[in-house]
Write a protein that binds this ligand. Structure first.
Ligand code: NAD
Length: 479
């Protein structure tokens, strides 16, 4: 049995307030552990600890901060199997995928550790002679980090690692339903002897502790990932306080299959984008747009493949997808499944490896015959439901692709270089791919969306360093 704890100022505490039992989404009769929710007092303590630690953490030189991240990376790698298993039990992501995610966390830590010895500014000519003009980066100060449950390791790491290397201290509010995994991660930071107060983790409800952190926390910056509705509120509050913010939010991502596509490449990529992690990725393929001449062929291929996808318990190494993460998530996705069942169901997953009543399982579903205004086409479902949309030609496919308020990721499958390149220009999304699935990130490349998917900022890669620091322009006259 696992128990959530707060890690504040280097001390472990269990808040005395409300608590709840965590049920394994693969088998809801199993209790995985207990989550203890914090109140405002714990958040205030975290604020004081983060402020007190910031000056000395920023004064440490960059390679020393990098060494700290390398130590955390080594410990996370050693404990990867256990962390992955706990996350699978807590939020239902299949353990093979979860292990890959933990290793992504290791690579993110190593990547940002190396940033500790890279260039931090540039020398710029000055209009006056005998003047050295240059820029340098300085930390923001105290940064708030609010994370969702669907990538319980990678997203915290892609925020906390660059925040720390830039010299900030952090107050981290993880998602409620990833609190046990978050506690386990914080333990690894503690094992690495990170100085007290550099990372402070406070477990609590988003609407209470998350909101209080954004509204009143002693923050110089806030990085949020989650739903568009919450993210817009976070952005508004941060703007009112004039603190630096980035919000990465929802998606309604499309994969376009043109008539010249290699279907042996396109079909597995579309299935993976739509159904891995039970469709609970911000970059999941939610709409499959198919050029008319190959529409029937694509339908047949999906009808052949979808029933063979292995829906299993998250700890089953063969599982292609597991349950959805929680009871509320199940109810939300189920409401879309009910809408989808009123449309034309084209393909449906099988129940060969699990019983529907044991966990929060939903079989993969592909539907068609819906209007462009349908919630199935416009709203983020965040579950294993994909909608097939026929398009008369390339132009109509792009129009459909762009026809939502979201703009996170989009793909096209084609052998036509010209159309592939035109798509990269015309599709409204921050992450664009030709002949690859919509889901997936590269930690060394900038990540983020356009429209209602993002504050137009970018995470990961060198872009993260821009967010977690501010630039000072300095001039020294020596004539
Ligand atoms: P959510 O918005 O419900 O919660 C995200 C985080 O915000 C949680 O830690 C939650 O406790 C906290 N929170 C909730 N209300 C808050 C408030 N009023 N003030 C401050 N914090 C608050 O999202 P979720 O259900 O945890 O995650 C799923 C969503 O995240 C999906 O929309 C998905 O697309 C999105 N997501 C986006 C990306 C991306 O990089 N664009 C990546 C992963 C997930």
């Amino acid at each position: 049995m696992w128990t959530s704890k707060n890690w504040i100022g280097g001390e472990w505490t269990v808040p005395a307030g409300e608590s709840w039992a965590v049920h394994n989404p693969s088998n809801v009769s199993d209790i995985v552990g207990t989550v203890h929710l914090s109140g405002p007092a714990e958040l205030r303590q975290a604020g004081v600890a983060a402020q007190q630690a910031q000056t000395s953490w920023a004064a440490m030189n960059l390679p020393q901060r990098g060494e700290q991240l390398l130590k955390i990376a080594a410990l996370l790698e050693q404990q990867a199997a256990e962390v992955a298993r706990l996350a699978s039990l807590e939020m239902g992501k299949p353990v093979t995928e979860m292990t890959g995610e933990v290793m992504r966390g290791v690579h993110l830590l190593r990547y940002y550790a190396a940033e500790g010895v890279r260039t931090v500014g540039s020398v710029i000519p000055n209009s006056q002679a005998h003047t050295l003009q240059y820029t340098k980066r300085i930390p923001l100060g105290v940064v708030g980090v609010i994370t969702p449950w669907n990538f319980p390791v990678a997203i915290p790491m892609w925020k906390i690692a660059p925040a720390l290397i830039c010299g900030n201290t952090v107050i981290w509010k993880p998602a409620e339903i990833a609190s046990l995994t978050a506690t386990r991660l914080a333990e690894i930071f503690a094992q690495a002897d990170l100085p007290a107060g550099v990372l402070n983790m406070v477990i609590g409800k988003g609407a209470e502790i998350g909101s209080l952190l954004v509204e009143e926390g002693p923050l110089d910056g806030i990085s949020f990932t989650g739903s568009t509705k919450t993210g817009m509120g976070v952005a508004g509050a941060a703007a009112r306080r004039n603190i630096k913010y980035q919000v990465e939010m929802g998606g309604k991502n499309a994969a376009v299959i043109l008539q010249d596509a290699d279907l042996d490449l396109a079909i597995p990529a579309v299935l993976s984008g739509a159904f891995r992690s039970a469709g609970q990725k911000c970059t999941a393929t939610s709409r499959i747009i198919v050029e008319q001449p190959i529409y029937s062929e694509v339908v047949r291929a999906l009808q052949d493949a979808v029933p063979r996808l292995y829906l299993g318990e998250a700890t089953d190494v063969q599982a292609y997808l597991g349950p959805v993460a929680s009871e509320p998530q199940y109810q939300k996705v189920l409401s879309y499944v009910q809408v989808a069942r009123r449309a034309e169901v084209l393909a449906e997953g099988s129940w060969d490896h699990v019983r529907p009543d044991t966990g929060h399982y939903l079989a993969p579903l592909v539907v068609t015959g819906v209007e462009a205004a349908s919630p199935l086409v416009q709203e983020e479902i965040f579950g294993p439901v994909a909608t097939l949309l026929p398009a008369a030609n390339f132009d109509e496919a792009v129009e459909l692709c762009n026809g939502t308020v979201y703009g996170l990721s989009a793909s096209i499958f084609t052998r036509d270089l010209q159309k592939g390149l035109r798509f990269l220009d015309q599709a409204d999304a921050g992450m664009l791919r030709v002949n690859q699935e919509t889901a997936g990130v590269e930690y060394q490349a900038p990540f983020g969306g356009v429209k209602h998917s993002s504050s137009h900022s970018r995470e990961q890669g060198a872009a993260a360093l821009d967010f977690y620091s501010q630039v000072k322009t300095c001039a020294v006259y020596f004539g």
